[in-house]
Ligand binder design. Structure first.
Ligand code: AHM
Ligand code: MG
Length: 347
C-alpha cells in the first residue's frame, strides 16, 4: 500500500479481503459475512421507516398475535427481519443451514442451491419490545462450521460450544447503524454510511476497559434473584461506603445489543442472571444466538463472559434454544461477580 492510500476509509469489503489475504478467513466465510451485512442494511431501512413502513406492532392476523417457539408474541419487524436474513442467505452456496430465534428448528439449505460448509444462527431482531417506542434494537449472529461429512444438518449439528464459533457479530439499529464483528482477530466496528450504502471501519480493535463503575441489569427482578446476585448488586449499591469502595452508575436499555454496544464502547458489566421466574428455563437469554456471539465479541475485545459459574464459551449446548444466565463485560467486574457465586456455592 502506498502512503497516499494509507488513510483511505476501509470498507467492510476491504477489511474482509485483507483478512482473507492474511489467511484468517476463506472466501466462503467472507461471502457469508457480506451477505449478513447486506441483510442488516435492509433491516436497518425497515426499522428506520417505522410507522411510515407499516411495520410497527404485533405480527398475526384477526387480532391474534403470532407466537414464536419461545412462547413470545412476535412483532411484524421480528418476522420481516427473519425473512430478510433467510432469503439473503438461501442461495449463495456458503451455508449448509440456518437457525433463528424465530423458528422452532434449524433449516438446511434447499437442495435447489449448492450447500456450503457453514452454519448460521441469528436473533433477527433482538430487543423487539423496544421497536414501537423507537429505542435501539439489533441483529445478533453466530457462525459455526458444519460438522465434517454432514450434508443435511439437523439441530444436533448446531450444538457446539461457543469456542467453535468462526465469526460472530451484531448490528445495532440506533442513531447510527453499526455492525460489530469478530472473525477471531479482534472486535471491530463498522458504521453504515447511509449516503453510499456501505459499512466503513470506524473502530479497529475495540477494547473494553478492565475496570468499570457501570452495571446493567433489570433491577425489577431483584427479589427473584439467587443469593449471590443479591449480595453482588447489594454491594454495588452501597457505593463508596461499601466493600467496593466506589459509586456505581446503572443503565438498562432492555436491548442486549444496545447494552453490549455501550460496554464495548466505554466498559461496564451486563447481566441477565438466573431468577426464580426464568430458572425453570435455565435463564432469560439464549445461549447459541445471543450469549455466545456476544461473549466471543467481548472476549476478543479483552473482556470476560460467564454464566456466573462457567466461562460462557465453554458451555456445551444441549438444545438449540437453550437459555443461560449471562454476565459479560469489563474483565475485573465479571470476575468479581463470578467470585460472589463461587463464594456462595463454597459456603
Ligand atoms: P428478545 O430476544 O425476545 O428481544 O429478548 C431479549 C431481550 C434482550 O435484548 C434484553 O437484554 C432483555 O430481553 C430484556 O429483558 P427484560 O424485558 O426482562 O428487561
Ligand atoms: Mg433476542
Amino acid at each position: 500500500m502506498t502512503d497516499a492510500h494509507r488513510n483511505d476509509p476501509v470498507s467492510l469489503t476491504r477489511y474482509l479481503i485483507e483478512e482473507q489475504r492474511a489467511g484468517r478467513i476463506g472466501p466462503d466465510l467472507r461471502l457469508l459475512i457480506e451477505v449478513v451485512a447486506r441483510a442488516c442494511k435492509r433491516i436497518s431501512i425497515a426499522v428506520g421507516k417505522g410507522a411510515l413502513g407499516g411495520v410497527l406492532g404485533d405480527a398475526g392476523s384477526a387480532g391474534q398475535a403470532s407466537i414464536n417457539v419461545q412462547g413470545e408474541a412476535q412483532k411484524k419487524l421480528d418476522v420481516l427481519s427473519n425473512e430478510i436474513l433467510m432469503e439473503a442467505n438461501a442461495w449463495g452456496g456458503h451455508l449448509a443451514g440456518l437457525a433463528s430465534e424465530e423458528m422452532d428448528h434449524s433449516q438446511p439449505i434447499s437442495g435447489d442451491y449448492p450447500r456450503g460448509s457453514y452454519l448460521l444462527l441469528f436473533d433477527p431482531l433482538d430487543g423487539s419490545s423496544n421497536i414501537d417506542v423507537n429505542v435501539s434494537v439489533g441483529t445478533i449472529f453466530s457462525v459455526l462450521r458444519c460438522p465434517e461429512g454432514v450434508v443435511t444438518p439437523t439441530d444436533a449439528d448446531y450444538l457446539q460450544p461457543g469456542t467453535a464459533q468462526v465469526a460472530a457479530g451484531y448490528c445495532v439499529y440506533g442513531p447510527q447503524t453499526t455492525l460489530v464483528l469478530t472473525v477471531g482477530n479482534g472486535t471491530h466496528a463498522f458504521t453504515l454510511d447511509r449516503e453510499i450504502g456501505s459499512f466503513t471501519l470506524t473502530t479497529r480493535g475495540m477494547r473494553i476497559p478492565e475496570e468499570t463503575k457501570e452495571f446493567a441489569v433489570n433491577m425489577s427482578n431483584q427479589r427473584f434473584w439467587e443469593p449471590p446476585m443479591q449480595a453482588y448488586v447489594g454491594d454495588l449499591l452501597k457505593g463508596k461506603e461499601g466493600p467496593r469502595g466506589k459509586d456505581f452508575n446503572m443503565r438498562w436499555i432492555a436491548s442486549m445489543v444496545a447494552d453490549v454496544h455501550r460496554l464495548l464502547t466505554r466498559g461496564g458489566i451486563f447481566s441477565y442472571p438466573l431468577d426464580s421466574k426464568c430458572a425453570p428455563k435455565g435463564g432469560k437469554l439464549r445461549l447459541m444466538y445471543e450469549a455466545n456471539p456476544m461473549s466471543f465479541l467481548v472476549e476478543q475485545a479483552g473482556g470476560a463472559a460467564s454464566t456466573g459459574r462457567q466461562r460462557m464459551l465453554e458451555v456445551q449446548p444441549t438444545a438449540l434454544h437453550q437459555r443461560v444466565p449471562v454476565f459479560l463485560g469489563s474483565r475485573h467486574e465479571v470476575e468479581t461477580a463470578v467470585k460472589y457465586h463461587a463464594d456462595h456455592d463454597a459456603a
